[in-house]
Each structure stands twice: as C-alpha cells, then as structure tokens.
Design a protein around this ligand. Structure first.
Ligand code: NDP
Ligand code: MG
Length: 373
C-alpha cells in the first residue's frame, strides 16, 4: 500500500529534495498535500507534476490545480500517514502539534519546533504514540545507531565547522553575507546556512537532540568533522561507539525519515567507498570563536523559555545580517544580550511560547538598531 504523505514547505531546500526522493519511489508514496510560502510558481509546477489533492501558499489565489487547505487543516487530515515538516522557522510548531494530536507520524526537518517547544511536542508524541523521525542528518544518524537508549552513555554530534572553521576570528567578524553563505559541504536554505557559519546550527541541534533522545546536555558532545562523512555517533555504556556514515547528501536522511522503518534503493546513486574518501578528520570546536555553541548549551540547560529566547533572538539577528544591517558577530552579541536579560519561565504553554517569541524578536530588533555595519 502506498504511504500517504504531505510536505509542509515543498518549495524549500528540504522540500524539493524530498520530492526528488518521492519521484524515485513513486510506487511507494501518494502525496496528499504540498505547501509553499511565497514561491507559488514552483508550487504550481509541483502540483502539476505530483498531483496532490490539497495545497497551500501565502497567496492562495495564485494556486492552480489543487484544493486549498491551511497548514492546520492539512495536519488535521487523517488521510495522512506521515507529514514531512520542512518549513523554516516558528511556522512549523503549531501544525506539527496538530498532526501529532491527530495521531499522524512526523518526519521532522524543522528544528525550531523542538527548540521552541521540545517538552510539549515530545510529551504529545509519547502520549499519542506518534513517531517523530528526524530528518536533520545528525539526529537521523543517531536514530539509526540507537537500539536501546537506556544503554547509551553519550551522543556525539558532528559539525562540519562551516566556512569559517580555519579562518581567524577577525576574518569571521568582518565576513560578508556571501562568505557566510558559502558553506563548504551543504547546500541549504539561507537561515540555516548562516547558523552553520556561526555554529548556532550545532547549538540548536544539541537542543534538538536533548528532546528527541531525552538525553542530558552533559551527555551530548560536539566534534568538528570537516568532511561531513560521519553524520554522528553514539557511545554505549560499555565503550562501544556506533557511527552512521554516508556521503553528505540530504537525500539520504530525508528518504530514511519518510520510508522508516523500510529501506529502499530509491535515491542511491553509487556505493560508498572508504578508499575514495581516504581520510576522516576530527577536532574540538573552538568555543571562543564559536560562542553560539556555549550560548545554546546554557539556554538548553536552563530549559523552559530560555531556548525560545535563544531561537527568536538568533533568527531575528540572522535576518538582519542577511539584509546587510549588522555584522556576523552582532548575531552572537544579540543572542547573548537577550539571554542575559531574559527571565526564564519553566514549562511555558504554547501561547506563552509565542508571546515570549514575539517579545524577544521586538527587543532584538530594537537593540540591533544601535549597531551599524
Ligand atoms: P528553505 O528556506 O529552503 O525552505 C523553507 C520552506 O518553508 C519553503 O518551502 C518556504 O516557502 C516555506 N516557508 C517559509 N516561511 C513560510 C511561511 N511563513 N509560511 C509558509 N511556508 C513558509 O529552508 P530549508 O529547506 O533549508 O530548511 C527547512 C527546515 O529544515 C528548517 O527548519 C531547517 O533548520 C531544517 N533543516 C534543513 C536542512 C537543509 O539541508 N536544508 C538540514 C537540516 C534541517 P517559499 O520558499 O515558497 O517561500
Ligand atoms: Mg544538521
């Protein structure tokens, strides 16, 4: 029987690659809904090709060839077996919760969902018996390595190190938008690419891992691995380390997440060759240059609304950086400032999370007004 799937954010980097996977496995999937933000042209092409029943975009009047349903309505539609949440930003949170509350499994790319409301989302998933399969390559790797989480001592998350890995702090401080977007390994959306340049992405991933695998922050380690071949690893209580390897392609984790627990040839184009790769390097992250990592650990350990604050301040500052308004290090300045003045609320409700998110975004924009490029 075909697996019925909807993709939130089908016009983005993950969404487009997911459709490439589905095209290869077209006898395995039926697409229920596709959604876009502003790229309705691409959405309409996808509708023509993949023939979903439903679609959504910011400009609903421009959609052709599918019935219109909102993200919430798509996620309440029990026709779906699984929903791939590949929108970027906070827009992913409420639809994901709606899908979980309707008993629909989730392939989760949108890491903000867990950073903002990991406790609520994971609790809802456990209560409803819903599977959350990570798409993020590191978490997907860990998911593939774990047999019994209670026997795991440490999670080891790899980081490529981004474009500034071996640049000086000064070179990084004065980086242009173009330099920050020139990621050596991965071709991703702009926001996550900037996060990879500051290593905030790794920080968000540590928080994501904490929620997905219910693991203490002290047991989540980050190691820099520039080749991006080892996608992450786990260390068992007896000292045995299991890692997942593969070429750096998001097709693999996307396919894993949407076909789990099955595996198919699908998108595989060639066999993995150790001798072609030849070497794998690992090093400690430079926590002075990449302060974002420590900020994320601190926020994660505080818990509650602290990670909402971290995420909101970071996202607003990244947008300002992408718009040429601030320097790369001002992002870290803004996050640090917001975290140091934020009073953490434990166990915030979803409404409180969105209130805090809004408040932090306003404050971040305000303080960034007084920095100039
Ligand atoms: P992109 O920016 O490439 O795509 C984002 C998608 O979300 C697009 O389809 C966009 O629509 C849609 N979207 C954005 N804002 C809205 C909105 N307000 N309402 C409705 N739809 C909206 O991002 P990525 O694909 O790179 O990333 C998606 C998520 O996956 C992020 O949370 C990211 O952290 C995570 N992720 C991405 C990885 C990657 O390799 N790219 C790896 C691991 C995680 P449109 O383009 O039509 O405006
Ligand atoms: Mg990742």
């Amino acid at each position: 029987m075909k697996r019925k799937i909807s993709i939130l954010g089908s016009t983005g980097s993950i969404g487009r690659q997911a459709l490439e996977v589905i095209e290869k496995l077209d006898d395995k999937f039926e697409i229920i809904a596709l959604t876009a933000g502003s790229n309705t042209d691409l959405l309409n092409k996808q509708i023509e090709k993949f023939k979903p029943k439903y679609a959504y975009a910011n400009d609903i009047n421009a959609i052709r060839g599918a019935k219109i349903l909102s993200l919430e309505e798509i996620c309440s539609n029990k026709e779906n077996d699984i929903i791939l949440v590949a929108v970027s930003g906070k827009i992913g949170l409420k639809p994901t919760l709606t899908a979980i509350n309707n008993g629909i499994d989730i392939a989760l790319a949108n890491k903000e969902t867990l950073v903002m409301a990991g406790d609520i989302v994971m609790h809802a998933a456990r209560t409803k018996g819903v599977k959350i399969i990570p798409v993020d390559s590191e978490h997907c790797a860990i998911h593939q390595c774990i047999k019994d989480i209670s026997q795991v001592d440490n999670l080891i998350i790899t980081a490529s190190g981004g474009p500034f890995l071996h640049k000086t702090t000064d070179e990084m401080k004065n980086a242009t938008v173009e330099q920050a977007l020139a990621h050596p390994r991965w071709n991703m959306g702009k926001k996550i690419t900037v996060d990879s340049a500051t290593l905030m992405n790794k920080g968000l991933e540590v928080i994501e891992a904490h929620h997905l695998f219910n693991m203490d922050y002290d047991k989540i380690k980050v190691v820099v691995h520039p080749q991006s071949i080892v996608h992450s690893a786990i260390e068992y209580a007896d000292g045995s380390v299991i890692a997942q390897l593969g070429l750096p392609s998001m097709h693999i984790p996307i396919q894993y997440a949407i076909t789990y627990p099955e595996r198919y040839h699908g998108i595989k184009s060639k066999s993995f060759s150790f001798s072609e790769i030849a070497r794998l390097d690992f090093e400690e992250p430079d926590r002075e240059k990449f302060k974002a990592l420590s900020l994320a650990y601190d926020a994660g350990k505080k818990g509650g609304s602290a990670t909402v604050c971290l995420n909101a301040a970071n996202e607003e500052a990244v947008f300002e950086f992408l718009n040429g308004q601030i320097k790369l290090f001002d992002i870290i300045y803004a996050v640090e400032k917001m975290l140091s003045t934020h009073t953490t609320i434990q166990n915030p409700s979803i409404d409180e999370i969105f209130e805090i998110d809004n408040e932090i975004r306003l404050k971040t924009r305000e303080i960034l007004k007084y920095t100039s490029v």
